[in-house]
Design a binder for this molecule. Structure first.
Ligand code: GDP
Ligand code: MG
Length: 162
């Protein structure tokens, strides 16, 4: 079976947009309203002749209660079932307490993690992306899921950890 890559991160950081960019079509639901992707949704994908399964998840929220906490639970399950994880952070807002919380969850999982600094739509954003070194997950890979900037380089890195 194809290796499984879980895409996780807070609501609205651009997880579904990134998946659509990788798939080359609009399949994952993108919304301006946080919390649209509720369950884990899998998509078969390919890069450099390698098959992989992308798993979109709902946003992970530290203060989650009720439905939101079930969505977070789904994200944790996605991590447990994954061979590697792409952790998406919004570079324009910087790391939040929830991001720090996700980092701790990811450390416990011992899964290979690729850190993505999304919404770096132009060169000016690179400096913001560099601030995500502070999360302690290694190099933040700056991308713009919306425009495709940096996504090919990111996939090369992802294929290497799978
Ligand atoms: P998710 O909740 O993490 O799946 O986030 P979505 O993919 O639904 O995107 C949330 C919002 O962020 C939408 O309005 C997207 O258009 C926007 N967005 C996603 N990626 C980018 C990006 O690279 N740059 C900018 N400027 N906006 C983005
Ligand atoms: Mg989504």
């Amino acid at each position: 079976p194809a290796p499984v890559l879980a895409i996780i991160g807070r609501p609205n950081v651009g997880k579904s947009t990134l998946i659509n960019r990788i798939l080359g079509r609009r399949e994952a639901v993108v919304e301006d309203v946080p919390g649209v992707t509720r369950d884990r949704v899998s998509y078969p994908a390919e890069w450099s002749g390698r098959q992989l399964t992308l798993v979109d998840t709902g946003g992970w929220d530290i203060d989650a209660r009720g439905m939101a906490s079930r969505i977070a639970e789904q994200a944790e399950i996605a991590v447990e079932l994954a061979d590697a994880v792409v952790f998406v952070v919004d570079a324009t807002t910087g790391p939040t307490a929830t991001d720090e919380h996700i980092v701790r969850m990811l450390r416990r999982s011992r899964k290979p993690v690729v850190l993505v600094a999304n919404k770096v739509d132009d060169e000016r954003g690179e400096l913001l992306a560099a601030e995500l070194w502070s999360l302690g997950l290694g190099e933040p890979h700056a991308v713009s899921a919306m425009h495709g900037r940096g996504v090919a380089d990111l996939l090369d890195v992802v294929i290497d950890v799978l």
